[in-house]
Design a protein around this ligand. Structure first.
Ligand code: HEM
Length: 421
């Protein structure tokens, strides 16, 4: 690479080898808002390209300024949606902006939806799930310990832990839980060659976020809501089904939660253990109770950000990090780079489980900041507390396998040695 070349952080295949720290650093230092070519990759067509935003301050600025950087104009994934699908995708709060620009036209009011669904996520309700999550962590970790030798933490513990916790929160009955897994895998793993894409009649891959792919899940959301109206429980679907949400809003929100609440925790949980296994001194500090689990969880989230990037679209001409950005340009923030920005973190490549303050952006920032952050932190805290009690010190027994994706920092396997003290 010539010294002036702009590193490529678009290629989803790069992330299968871990975070491209050298490229991110080069971008932060020399090209903080850098043009990225969006070439055809893994059977997906080429796109128009985008600006990669890699410094912490710029990432926060973009996320906080929804008037300039819209989630509505082109939705929030790097790949452009099919224009025909856009109106549909915009029914999801993730792909809306805070205030309508003019009545009846422009972005739906994100604030209204967010207020309605936040009521279903009160800390009180979420905290009531801690006991169940703890029992589940004990069962899964206990079985892993008993198996001994080398255990793949992903298949033995963390996939099931994340999925079942989410199913509890939503109120999905036991018998339907396999469906949740199928749907989330379809949506997230679609860039990964291990997951062949579903193809349409023309032989082209079907966008997993299109209405056709989602119908099955939406029908289920309506069935579940009807069931909850008849059999209310202390869960999120009960409170959504009895509230002011329109049917289409409820379907979309169910879809958003199923994806946003599952694959993120499925990434964060093994990602945290991988970081601990690779830093035996920090692992020892955690096990010896020298650091608080809460601070440790946040440092592990900084270290292994489950979400690599999110996209916005410039709603007007502007300047960012000294770079002119034109209305309509795609702007992609890289949480995975911001969390290691030397300008925001002292010694960012040192894992410090006692790091405080820790302004990582793994949960985003601004009006779309993660609605499930409290629930996610709770699950991770409980998991590490139980691991500390039940597991020996763990070590990496074989290289982990990572997801091919420029969106989710996923681990498909994490073989850990369980024979430590
Ligand atoms: C460690 C786990 C998690 C991480 C790292 C994470 C990350 C994020 C990020 C970065 C965003 C902002 C998206 C944007 O800027 O456009 C977000 C939004 C969101 N997250 Fe999470 N998330 C996690 C867990 C969860 C869980 C467990 C739930 C629900 C049960 C959840 C529900 C949501 C929802 C509903 C939004 C959209 C909020 C809005 O548009 O206003 N997340 N999450």
């Amino acid at each position: 690479m010539s010294p002036t070349a702009v590193p490529d952080v678009f290629d989803p295949r790069r992330y299968a080898a871990g975070l491209p720290h050298d490229s991110f650093r080069e971008l932060r230092d020399r090209h903080p808002v850098a043009w990225q070519e969006e070439y055809e990759v893994l059977g997906w067509p080429a796109g128009p390209g985008f600006w990669a935003v890699t410094r912490h301050a710029d990432v926060v600025r973009v996320l906080k300024d929804a008037r300039t950087y819209s989630s509505w104009a082109g939705a929030t994934q790097i790949r452009d949606p099919d224009p025909a699908d856009l109106p549909f995708i915009r029914r999801m709060m993730l792909n809306q902006d805070p205030s309508p620009r003019s009545a009846g036209e422009g972005p739906a009011d994100h604030g209204r939806l967010r207020r309605l669904v936040s009521r279903a996520f009160t800390p009180g309700r979420v905290d009531r799930f801690a006991g169940v999550a703890r029992g589940r962590a004990r069962r899964l970790l206990g079985a892993a310990r008993e198996a001994g030798g080398v255990v793949d933490l992903v298949t033995a513990v963390t996939d099931e832990y994340a999925l079942l916790n989410l199913a509890d929160l939503l109120g999905v009955p036991e018998s339907d839980r396999g469906l949740l897994l199928k749907w989330t895998e379809r949506v997230i793993a679609y860039q990964d060659p291990d997951e062949p894409p579903v193809r349409g009649e023309d032989g082209e891959p079907v966008n997993p976020r299109s209405p056709a792919m989602l119908r099955e899940m939406f029908d289920y959301a309506q069935e579940l809501a009807a069931y909850k109206r008849r059999n209310p429980g202390d869960d999120v679907m009960t409170s959504l089904a009895g509230g002011e949400l329109a049917d289409a809003e409820l379907e979309m929100f169910f879809f958003l939660l199923t994806v946003a609440g599952n694959d993120t925790v499925r990434s964060a949980a093994p990602g945290g253990f991988l970081a601990l296994a690779r830093h035996p001194d920090e692992q020892r500090r955690l096990r010896a109770r020298e650091v608080a689990v809460d601070t440790a969880v946040d440092e592990l989230l900084r270290w292994h950000p489950p979400v690599l990037s999110f996209r916005r679209t410039a709603a007007r001409d502007t300047t960012l990090g000294g770079q002119d950005v034109r209305e309509g340009d795609k702007v992609v923030v890289f949480h995975a780079s911001a969390n290691y920005d030397e300008r925001a973190f002292e010694d960012p490549h040192r894992l410090d489980l006692a790091r405080s303050p820790n302004p990582h952006v793994s949960f985003g920032d601004g009006p779309h900041v993660c609605l499930g952050a409290h629930f996610a932190r709770l699950q991770l805290r409980v998991l590490h507390e139980e691991a500390r009690a039940l597991l020996p010190a763990v070590s990496v027994a074989a290289p982990p396998r990572r997801l091919v994706s420029n969106f989710i920092n996923g681990l498909k396997s994490l073989p850990l040695g369980m024979d430590g003290p």
